[in-house]
Write a protein that binds this ligand. Structure first.
Ligand code: FAD
Length: 465
């Protein structure tokens, strides 16, 4: 495409959960904005998490909590019970409200919402390209350029790029993979030969769920520093919040002390730690912002691993996969730190320092998959759009390198702390300011808020007061 740029009120870059939900919220307003929803991959409305083709990859939030709107969290459950076909394909009957359903089904739900939005707002367009440049011009409009020829202009831009791949531990090596959800990677891991998965979080559990059925020959190793796997969900009655928004802990030590105390009390009363952790959800961002920077660093160093595995739990079915693989002698989990990766002919030798042991150990495998979590240090990203926005001072890494700086409503800020007018973002790149900015319950609220901001600008431009 060249010459005249297509003009839009809003360009949304990335059509995974976040970008799509901003578009859906805009359409629901009934205001016929010209919206471009731009996605580099083939499919709009799924993104990384809900684009998986494997029905064994499950949601880690119960069905009745996964509605796409903060004012209607039961929406997904009602949709899924009314759309039995999506479950029949997964060999499932009518689900329990507390079921952990396949993420692929959730992707169908988001796509159904998008389809309805296109009907509500015929001025919305789905575009395919990888956006590589976003540049504001003097007239207050952003020029948007795609790798494959897209040229567009928009008054407001929403950055919704999702997670970036983990930091590479080896470059261009045929035995090294860091894209856990690529069908090619999963196929290669299933080939005969031993494999190593680095990291023991939700992604590595997904990979185990796939390999349990596809890998017929070869041992699976999982190596992580502390061997912390996600905890498992269990049914419990909710407990009342114990935190008071006016008296939040100002140090990590105090926070840990209060949480431990509550868990001890819960256990004495015959309940469990899970409702205690869950009761903190409305306070996450407030607690995080209340901690001074050095205390936030302390939290990341000492508490993050434990917190994340207790906060982001997995479906019981998923942990059963791990237990089965171990019982069958197909999986070994190691704790330690990698010292060296030595390529050999057709294989790689991993030397690692086991936790609390003196002598290094070796594992020899034919493939390594890095599941250590997304790269969140924006200064280290190779993504052309992010590099351009950083170079033009249109965004800034947050001080803890957990994403980028924004205000409380999701407007992007530059390195001088100035809000960039009508440039919004949402998703995991807001972790520096919110800490918890990963799961649907937080993201659906952000999507509604970004849409609200865009609409209020539009209304002001149309009817200035
Ligand atoms: C594997 C996994 C499982 C999860 N499971 C759950 C769960 O069960 N429950 C829960 O509450 N949360 C879950 N989450 C967390 C959260 O719901 C998801 O991460 C959520 O989908 C994030 O949405 P997003 O739009 O930010 O990113 P994504 O959904 O990944 O979407 C980003 C999109 O942007 C596109 N894109 C990026 N850059 C460009 C560009 N320059 N130009 C054009 N397009 C671009 C990408 O191709 C992608 O489609 C999970 C996350 C992951 C990674």
């Amino acid at each position: 495409m060249s010459g005249e740029k297509q003009k839009y009120d809003v360009a949304i870059i990335g059509a995974g959960f976040c970008g799509t939900l901003v578009a859906v919220n805009l359409a629901m307003s009934g205001i016929p904005l010209r919206v471009a929803l731009i996605e580099r991959n083939r499919v709009h409305g799924r993104g990384l998490a809900y684009g998986t083709g494997d029905y064994k990859h499950l949601l880690n939030v119960r069905a009745d909590q996964m509605g796409a709107f903060p004012w209607d969290i039961g929406h997904f459950y009602r949709w899924v019970t009314a759309n039995a076909a999506s479950l029949t394909a997964a060999n499932l009957g009518k689900p329990d409200p507390g079921a952990y359903l396949p993420r692929r089904v959730y992707g169908e739900y988001i796509q159904a919402l998008l389809k309805e939005s296109l009907r509500q707002n015929p001025r919305m367009e789905l575009l395919h390209d990888q956006v590589v440049r976003v540049v504001p011009n003097a007239g207050g409009v952003y020029f948007i350029t795609g790798k494959n020829g897209l040229e567009a202009a928009a008054k407001s831009v929403v950055l919704a790029p999702g997670n970036f791949p983990p930091a590479a531990q080896a470059q261009n090596a045929p035995w090294y993979k860091n894209d856990a959800y690529s069908p090619d990677t999963l196929r290669e891991l299933a080939e005969p030969g031993d494999v190593l998965i680095i990291g023991s979080g939700l992604t590595s559990l997904d990979v185990l769920a796939t390999l349990e059925h596809t890998k017929k020959d070869g041992h699976i190793h999982v190596l992580s520093r502390r061997g912390l796997f996600p905890q498992v969900h269990q049914k419990h009655a909710a407990s009342a919040p114990f935190l008071d928004a006016n008296h939040l802990p100002a140090t990590t030590r105090e926070l840990v002390r209060q949480v431990r105390g509550q868990i001890r009390q819960a256990e004495e009363q015959g309940t469990d730690w899970r409702p205690v952790i869950d009761s903190m959800r409305p306070f996450h961002a407030l607690i995080w912002r209340n901690l001074p920077r050095n205390e936030q660093r302390r939290f990341l160093r000492h508490v993050q691993g434990l917190w994340d595995t207790h906060r982001h739990r997995c479906a019981p079915e998923i942990m059963q996969v791990k237990a089965r693989l171990e019982q069958e002698g197909r999986l070994t989990c190691h704790q330690g730190r990698i010292q060296n990766l030595n390529p050999e002919s057709g294989a790689v030798e991993i030397i690692y320092q086991p936790r609390r042991l003196m002598q290094p150990r070796k594992i020899r495998v034919s493939k390594i998959l890095n599941c250590t979590g997304p790269q969140s240090n924006y200064q280290k990203l190779g993504d052309p759009l992010i590099r351009q926005l950083l170079a033009d001072d249109l965004l800034a890494p947050d001080p803890l390198n957990m994403g980028i700086c924004t205000d409380h409503q999701g407007t992007v800020q530059n390195a001088r702390g100035l809000a960039i007018p009508r440039l919004y973002t949402l998703g995991s790149n807001r972790r520096g300011g919110l800490y918890e900015s990963i799961a649907v319950p937080e993201l659906r609220a952000q999507a509604a808020e970004v849409a609200r901001q865009i609409l209020s600008h539009h209304q002001y431009e149309t009817h200035p007061t």
